[in-house]
Design a protein around this ligand. Sequence first.
Ligand SMILES: Nc1nc2c(ncn2[C@@H]2O[C@H](COP(=O)(O)OP(=O)(O)OP(=O)(O)O)[C@@H](O)[C@H]2O)c(=O)[nH]1
Ligand SMILES: [Mg+2]
Length: 294
Amino acid sequence: MQVTVGIPAYNEEKHIAAIILKLQKIADKIIVCNDGSSDLTGLIAEKMGAIVINQPKNLGYGAAIRSLFLKASELNSDVLVTFDADGQHRVEDIEKVLEPIKKNEADIVIGSRFLNQDTNIPKYREFGIKTITSIANISTDIKVSDSQSGFRAYNNKVLKEIVPSDHGMGVSTEILIKANNKKFRISEVPITILYEGDTSTHNPVSHGASVILSTMKFISIEHPLKFYGIPGIIFLVIGLFFVVWTIQEFTATRQIWTNITLIGIGSTLIGTVLILTSIMLFSLVSVVRERRSD
Ligand SMILES: Nc1nc2c(ncn2[C@@H]2O[C@H](COP(=O)(O)OP(=O)(O)OP(=O)(O)O)[C@@H](O)[C@H]2O)c(=O)[nH]1
Ligand SMILES: [Mg+2]
């Protein structure tokens, strides 16, 4: 089995050499996506013998994952393992994420940070990751414990059929949503993550907000009727209830109760807009899908 390890790297000159050195013992190919780093990341990776994709400027984590998918697919890799360049992932855990793919029990394997009892993730990070994971779990039938882990293995079928499009950290959820729709088998194995010092590239608040927004975007595109239609119907029913109430009060007392009227009109309008949005988006997505399969 041809194992390719893909490393998204942004200003990681401190760690990249040691990681490549360790990976060379177990990987057939190592691809580093050097994403417009201003340090020596790209040069070090090249000198160490890795295949280096140099993005002309910083395009984001998701864009790097997309480049790694395309390159691994072009190289006909049987499996791509994505591995962080910041020293938080352990090379020893690679065998664990490979195993379900080798046994043909899964198409995607996530190295989860929450299946180990002794996790040392800072509490605020754990809260953020679990919130984002719950949003994806509740709104789709994906059931995972760590949707944000960058330590994953993808088999050849996934590499050929999924092309990630999100440029940011939302790509992790995007891939799971797309894989779930294509009925790929997703499984998880416990891995150990090392948190020593500040390894985060992005501010946690903007990171979390952008991942949540992008998750909503992908869920709404995949399930527009459910995502906009159900809240739309709820708003419409509430709105109509208040409108009827207003009319009844008016016929009985000849008085208009402003608050009830406003709630009625507001809710009815919001409901109508949401229902129209769900229908339009549903039609648009259906047309795009039909075109793609032509
Ligand atoms: N190519 C590319 N890689 C990036 C970018 N931002 C982060 N990375 C890489 O993605 C990996 C994970 O980045 P982190 O910022 O540590 O994200 P994280 O591991 O989810 O966050 P922490 O839990 O705070 O460490 C590292 O290898 C980074 O070098 C980017 O803009 N482009
Ligand atoms: Mg990290």
